[in-house]
Design a binder for this molecule. Structure first.
Ligand SMILES: CCCCCCCCCCCCCCCC(=O)SCCNC(=O)CCNC(=O)[C@H](O)C(C)(C)COP(=O)(O)OP(=O)(O)OC[C@H]1O[C@@H](n2cnc3c(N)ncnc32)[C@H](O)[C@@H]1OP(=O)(O)O
Ligand SMILES: O=P(O)(O)OC[C@H](O)CO
Length: 692
């Protein structure tokens, strides 16, 4: 046994600190994110024991505060997370985590050490679990039964690890399971035959931690667990750790009638590390535990790992239905591009629909990527993306290549208007920039430093982006109030020392002190409160105005491209290319969709969207209305869709989003679609220009 688990339990949770934390973090989240959409929150039980199993863990401590807020707001639940003991050593995080009832766990991977010598598989075919070493000293205390042998990291893969079943001698041991990477096409194949470096992690006795969690759940608590065991920035999930399954089975073995619910939760960020990005947090149907699994867990011996393994598999599947997992970032980008092409050019889909489409496309792509039609489409989408990059514009900005709808003079006037708008907004952000630039600069510098440190210390992170959001928020949380206080003190002292002749200082501008009307009987603290409030207002106004300004700035590029004689023709061509690739996308989806989704029908948003474009190039907008429910459409004048499209306004591809869910979720989607429609109706095009 390597180390005793420090005792901790939910009793450590201090309710008022927890609730104060929720309030402060909610404010931070509202500032950091443009939108966090929570779906399926009605699935969270309002009482009784609950395990929230959340993945992917892509935003270090932001993930936990997002969940803390949602659980409090939507289910009035306080949640205790399992937290890496290493994180408890971080000064602020450790203290807050303890007050918020987090339960520390020692992670074996935080104690991993390079092993001496090399290892190889002497009989890989006949006895694949037998490992032999050269100069290894397996009998040293760092090697222990239940400990782990970790293979070197290869490219972007997470390093493989297997548990030690038996130590047979200084140069021989047996694993519980064979290395999965022993395959002829794998870079480690040769190394595992002839000798490769390796690392070793100790076995940790988690019994005290498990005991604390069982007791918390038996008392009706809510436990949050990130089953991947650490935060990362990979496009797919890490292999799940067994803790969630052990906790569920252990609790049910102790108290079969406690009514435990295991709720899978998908944390779907668009750009987790970026300021003013968006996220969809989706709660799936509860994971069912079969009584046989509990019995097998209770029986112990060989049945126990089987029970844990099978429940873990169920949890994995439940998480797959609420997350979007791609094998690599390139595939994810390809899928996102395809999804953008699938929806009509100027249509804005609600966030949950976007995630659902991505998920379905990823499933389809994984199954059919070797089909010639899909290979061709992949090439076409990539070529289109290259063209977009060459022009420096985004997919939704291609519409500026529609010369009939947007003649050059209209583009020019729009450009002038937006430049004017940008100048005005820039002036609006100046006070905030002048006062609070240290927050922006320090947050950037520190978060990037932390990113580099985290990357150097981790085998799992690709670029360490998962830590950036946390540090941006933490730095802003500490520095912004410090600056508010600093400026308040300076302003108040200034007034105090310049007090003169029964009035506040005459050198202070009249609009601050109103010399003739504000005698110094007005207490200084009133001015201090005023200054503090003013600082908060300036910083918030600066953020809001700055956000709009950045959107306007991003919307200028396609206008410049459309006006530039050397690139405008390319933009027109690109728009035509988009239409061709989009038609190809629809075609491929219509071909393979029915194979993947039995209730797939060919009637969808996109067909009608494109067929609506008239000779003058007036496209999409009206046709979208047709695909909305009659109540949502402002004027459903032309109804060329088949009758069932009226009943099924989102098209069959989108409809299964509501499977197993309740009407209120459908209602949410309805509302969101209507909102995005009315937003369009108000002509907020530039906002859409800058999005994604
Ligand atoms: C910006 C604002 C900031 C705000 C600031 C304040 C924030 C205020 C809130 C704080 C909130 C913090 C939130 C932090 C979030 C994290 O810190 S994430 C990192 C920590 N959390 C976790 O690691 C949870 C996931 N990990 C697990 O579930 C792990 O299983 C455990 C429970 C940690 C144990 O790990 P381990 O010791 O490495 O053991 P493991 O290999 O998993 O094996 C355990 C047993 O399962 C068996 N097993 C393993 N795999 C299998 C399998 N597939 N099938 C069957 N059996 C199996 C093993 O054989 C072993 O059995 P024994 O040998 O013990 O008999
Ligand atoms: O060490 P990391 O980056 O996996 O972070 C673990 C933290 O406790 C947050 O989950």
């Amino acid at each position: 046994m390597a180390k005793q688990q420090p005792r901790s339990s939910q009793q450590l949770l201090v309710p008022w600190i927890y609730d104060l934390g929720v309030w402060i973090y909610s404010l931070c989240l509202d500032i950091f994110f443009r939108e966090i959409y929570a779906a399926g929150t009605w699935r969270i039980p309002k009482q009784g024991p609950v395990i929230i199993v959340a993945a992917p863990h892509a935003n270090q401590f932001v993930d936990s505060i997002v969940l803390i807020r949602i659980l409090k707001r939507h289910a009035n639940r306080r949640v205790s997370f399992l937290i890496a003991e290493k994180s408890m050593e971080e000064p602020y995080i450790g203290t807050m985590a303890a007050c918020m009832g987090a339960l520390p766990v020692v992670r074996a991977m935080d104690h991993v050490k390079p092993g001496e010598g090399t290892i190889y598989l002497p009989e890989p075919e006949d006895d694949p679990t037998l490992v032999r070493g050269r100069g290894t000293g397996f009998t040293n205390p760092m090697f222990m039964v239940g400990g782990t042998i970790v293979l070197p990291k290869v490219e972007k893969e997470s390093p493989e690890q297997q548990a030690i079943a038996e130590i047979l001698g200084p140069e021989e041991l047996r694993l519980r399971k064979p290395f999965k990477k022993f395959k002829p096409d794998h870079p480690l194949y040769e190394g595992l035959r002839t000798g490769t470096a390796f690392k070793v992690a100790p076995h940790i006795d988690q019994s005290q931690m498990f005991d604390a969690v069982y007791r918390g759940l038996e008392a009706g608590g809510c436990i949050g667990i990130f089953p991947e065991g650490g935060s990362h920035d990979r496009p797919s999930l890490l292999p799940l750790k067994a803790g969630a399954a052990i906790i569920a089975l252990g609790t049910l073995a102790r108290s079969p009638d406690c009514g435990l619910s295991i709720i899978p939760c998908g944390l779907n960020y668009f750009h987790p590390h970026k300021f003013r990005s968006r996220a969809v947090v989706e709660f799936g149907p509860p994971v069912q535990v079969h009584p046989d699994q509990i019995e097998a867990f209770k029986a112990g011996g060989n049945s126990k790992p089987n029970a844990v393994g099978s429940l873990l598999q169920t949890i994995q599947e439940a998480l797959a239905s609420v997350t979007q997992q791609a094998p690599d970032r390139e595939t994810l980008m390809l899928i996102q591009a395809t999804r953008r092409l699938y929806r009509p050019l100027r249509m804005k889909l609600p966030l949950p629909v976007v995630i659902e489409l991505n998920r379905r496309l990823l499933r389809g792509y994984t199954l059919f990527k070797h089909e010639p039609q899909v290979i061709e489409l992949t090439k076409a989408v990539s070529a289109y993306n290259c063209q977009l990059e060459a022009l420096g514009i985004r997919d939704h900005q291609v519409e500026w290549g529609n010369v009939k709808r947007r003649p050059w003079w209209l583009v020019f006037l729009t450009l002038l208007y937006r430049i004017g708008e940008l100048i005005t907004l820039s002036v609006g952000t100046l006070p905030s920039l002048a006062l609070f630039w240290p927050v922006f600069v320090t947050a950037r510098v520190i978060s990037h430093k932390k990113q580099r440190q985290a990357l150097a210390a981790s085998e799992l992170k690709l670029e360490g982006r998962d830590v950036v959001g946390t540090w941006k928020i933490l730095v802003a949380m500490g520095l912004a109030p410090t600056l508010y206080t600093w400026y308040t003190v300076i302003g108040t002292l200034w007034l105090y020392y310049c007090r003169h002749d029964g009035y506040y200082c005459s050198v202070v501008p009249w609009w601050l002190t109103a010399r003739s009307y504000v005698p110094d009987v007005v207490p200084l603290w009133a001015f201090a409160i005023f200054f503090f409030g003013l600082m908060i207002s300036i910083s918030f106004a600066g953020l809001r105005i700055g956000e709009i300004g950045v959107d306007v700035l991003k919307s200028l590029r396609p206008l410049l491209v459309a006006l530039n004689p050397s690139s405008s023709a390319a933009l027109v061509k690109l728009r035509a290319q988009r239409r061709a690739v989009a038609a190809q996308v629809v075609d491929v989806i219509n071909t393979f969709g029915p194979e993947l989704f039995p209730d797939f029908e060919s009637e969808k948003l996109i067909d009608d969207g494109y067929s609506e474009e008239d000779d003058d190039g007036n496209e999409i907008y009206k046709s979208q209305l047709k695909s909305m429910p009659p109540s949502a459409a402002e004027s459903p004048r032309r109804s060329r869709s088949r009758s069932n499209a009226r009943e099924d306004p989102y098209g069959t591809w989108l409809k299964p989003l509501t499977i197993g869910s309740r009407d209120d979720f459908l209602g949410d989607v309805n509302t969101l679609i209507q909102d995005s429609l009315s937003e369009r109706g108000r002509g907020q095009m530039k906002k859409a220009d800058a999005e994604e």
